[in-house]
Structures are given as C-alpha cells and as structure tokens.
Design a binder for this molecule. Sequence first.
Ligand SMILES: Cc1cc2nc3c(=O)[nH]c(=O)nc-3n(C[C@H](O)[C@H](O)[C@H](O)COP(=O)(O)O)c2cc1C
Length: 518
Amino acid sequence: MRIAHKTEKSGEGKDCRNILSLHCKLCAQSAHIKKFNPEEMRLAHDDLRSFLAAIRKSGDLVSVDQEVDWDQELSGIGRLGCERNGPAFLFNNIKDYSPGWRIAANPIATWRRMAVAFGLPADTHVRELYDVYAEREQKPVAPVLAKDGPCKEVRIAGDKANLFDLPIPMVHEGDGGRYLGTWDLVVSRDARSDWVNWGMYRFMIHNERLLTGFPRPTSHLGKMLLDGYVPQKRTMPIAIAIGCDCLSHLAAAATFRIAGNEADLAGGLRGKPVELVKCETSDLYVPASAEIVIEAEVYPDRVNQEGPYGEYPGYRSGEMGNAICARVTAITHRRDPILTLDTTGFMDSSATSTSISGAIAIRRRLEASGVPVTAVYVPPEGGVHLAIVAVRKGGAEVAQKVVNTLTVRRALISKIIVVDEDVDVFNVSAVLHAFATKCHPGRGIHVVRYEGRANTLTPAYDQEERAARSGASVALDATWPPEWPRDGTPVRATLDSMYSPEVQRRVLERWSALGLGK
Ligand SMILES: Cc1cc2nc3c(=O)[nH]c(=O)nc-3n(C[C@H](O)[C@H](O)[C@H](O)COP(=O)(O)O)c2cc1C
C-alpha cells in the first residue's frame, strides 16, 4: 500500500512513509501506515455499526421497520426519545428513499449509550465516564493511514452528486431547510500551517450541490476560514464525515485547544488509532469507517442563506441569515449507508457530549489558574449553559476568579454554581439544596460582562446583544464564607454530617438488615 504525496520536500509522487514515522506535513498527522483489515475493524466498537449492535444488546436501541417520513416525523420520534430519556432509533424504511438508506438518531444522547461507546457497561455512573475521559484524553494516539476503507464502497463524482439522493431530514418545523451533519465530523486544514481540525458543525441543504453552514466565527473552522482562506481568496476544502465511530465524533465536538489535533484525541479516547483514508478531491483525510463522506469546498467570497434551526439550548432563536457556502465536490459512502442525526433540542447529543468534554476543559482551566477545584459537572438538563464547580475552599474571591477565568476567551456557559467540596456535583438535588440555602441573594452573585465573545445562541440575550455578541456570565456562590468561624457555620442535617461515625455505621447496618439495600 502506498500513500503518495506532493510536497516541496518530498517531491511529487514520493512515498511519504519515510517522513510519516515523524510527522507527515501533508496529512498533517503523526501517523503510521497500516493495511486496511475489515475483520479487525469489526472487533471493537470501531465503527457505527458495531456500536449500534452493542446498544441493541444493552436494550438502548429500537429499530423501526415501518415507513417513517423524513419530513419531521422521524426526527419527532427522536426528539421525544431525548425528552423521555428513551433509546436511540435506527430507521430502516424512510419515505421516498430506497431500503438501502437508513438513519440512526441520537447515538450517544444518554449516559448509558455514552458508556457503551467507551466500551464500558451501560450502567456505568457518569462520574466514572468523566474519569475515563479525563484519563484517556491525556494519552493521545496518532491515527494510521489506510489505502482504502468502507467509506469508499460507493463513489459519486461532484457533477453527479445530488444531496437530495440522501434522506436528509427536516428536523423541526420552522427550520430553514433540511439539515445534514447534525452529528458529523468536519475536517479542515489551516491555510498557513499543518494544523488539521475536526469539529462538529451542522449544514443546511441549499440545492443539489450547495450547502450553507453555521460554524461560529469563534469555532476553529470559522477561524481557519476567516484568518486564512478569506484573506488569501482561496476556496477551503472540507470533508463532512457522517456516521463514524462515536468517540471520533465525541472528539470532534470536544472543547479543544487551538492547533490541537482531534484525531489524536479520538485515538486516545478509543485506546487505539483511528484509521484514516484520503479524500477523492482534496488532501484531507477522513475516518475510513465513516458511513458517508461529503467532500466540498467553501467559497472565500460568497455567503448564502442558512437557518433558523431548533438549537441545542432547546429553542429556535434567530432568523435566516448569511452563512458560509460550500459546493459539493464528491460523495462517497458505505453500501446501505446509515446517516446519523441529532434531533437537536432539550437533552440532545450536545448535552451529553459537551457535558463531558466541556466539564473536563473547565476543570483544567480552573486548575491552571489556581482555583482549588475538586470537581466539575455540566448537567445535560442545563442545555450547556450551566456548570457546577466544587472547590476546597470557597468564598467571594474564589467565585469571582471562577467566572473571570471561564469568560476570558469563548463564553459558552453563562451560569456557574460554586459549591463546597462536600456537595456531590453529580447529584443535582444536592446542588439545588446548596444553592437555595447557601447562596447569599446579594453578596453571592458575581457577574462579568463582555463584548464580542458572547454565545449568540443563549436564548436569554436580546437581538441587540446577539448582534454585538455582548453578554454576561454569573457565578452563584453557594459556599460558606471561609472567614466564618467553624462553630458559627451551619451544619447540614444529614446522616453523613450530623451523626457520629458509630451511629452512622449502626444505621447503615440496620438499613441493610431491613432489606432496604446498601
Ligand atoms: C450535535 C452538535 C452540533 C453542533 N453544531 C455546531 C454548529 O453548527 N456550529 C458550531 O459552531 N458549533 C457546533 N457544535 C459545537 C462544536 O462542535 C464544538 O464547539 C466543537 O468544539 C467545535 O470544534 P472546534 O473547537 O474545533 O471549533 C455542535 C456540537 C454538537 C455536539
């Protein structure tokens, strides 16, 4: 198997295996070349299909064989699934489309399905999932390059491509159009360096070959386009990979550093490398196991209409507006392809995905700025607008530092509840109790206002604030003031705080003897 690249250094057609052992500038990946072995790929949950088989086994997938309409009906079922903490769905019979086309809705929108994606038992506690993510994130694994892969089973050249041949759903009533890539992995490369980015960005179908998309200007794809390709007046190649293994999508959606390589992160989360194959019409590389790959180029000098869309905070806010515009250059897909869909809204896949990667990123930033943080949780119910931060020693100064640190760059989360370390951040009732009883209604509120970097999708902002990207974040201090004397600080009236260890032990023994569990 050969991977030939054109470079200033290696020259046209030279096999880049020699330089791959260090770092291939062309692929912009540190990579090793490995032969594609379809048998091996099926062993782990390396692709969407083996993951779907695993969640079917754990009772977290329902297959729907009756005909379902791509126009809202199918996504309505998925929507209700999210709202009722229900299963994922595999729709096998889509109105107007041949039986080969299938749609999988909300692959990892629950902690149970997220656990299976990590190769863990479905009932693994979210706390453990956070720990596993944090540990694996620290051990990146470089991808390997393959010559061929399942995503190349069917190849459609750009001039033959028609997006309407794919069963792209109308997700919500009132959306600007049919949306593709609500659960995707978009590959792009920086115009001025070898940085390759994976992100998760939605795209709306404009016509047979034209897509409009909404990468936020603060997103890495947005930055690459605005800072690199637009000034150079060059089209930007992108590849929209749909239906890859779930942990690659999780890596794409992760809050990650500028110039960070999400393919390495995905390898770390999986504990083994992602296999990549080269695109047909660009030098970008996509996961070989992808169900569908849409190759396209983004115009540097053209915008087109996009939106509105029922968004992840759980609302449709905003209107149709100008957005990036991309022309399809090729489509490749597996046989009997499965298009993945996030039925975006309350408790969707963003809620779980961003919860886990966002909370760990928050924790690392707070640690780096000297906050005595002990735990962070981003509850899915908060629509990625709320974080709970536990600290060893709280008080006004710490709460202010927390909100200052978390609003320096992108300010996606606007409410932070700061609690003492004895409050379990994953227990939302305990957090609500601490907030309701310990947060001083005057002194406990710490607000920071900012311009130009607010989250334009925050439903609470008015139109003017959204246009100016101005906003505010608040830390709600639910910790005891550290200057209060110990004997003047209220004691929580719970078994674990108000009873001696001896009484606690006897009570727990009795509890168990009464058959009430541990
Ligand atoms: C289901 C889902 C859909 C998303 N859609 C978008 C989108 O359309 N535009 C956007 O800017 N971010 C979107 N995001 C958030 C980004 O994927 C996330 O911010 C990620 O960190 C982007 O990568 P980046 O940091 O490399 O820009 C979405 C996230 C999820 C989980």
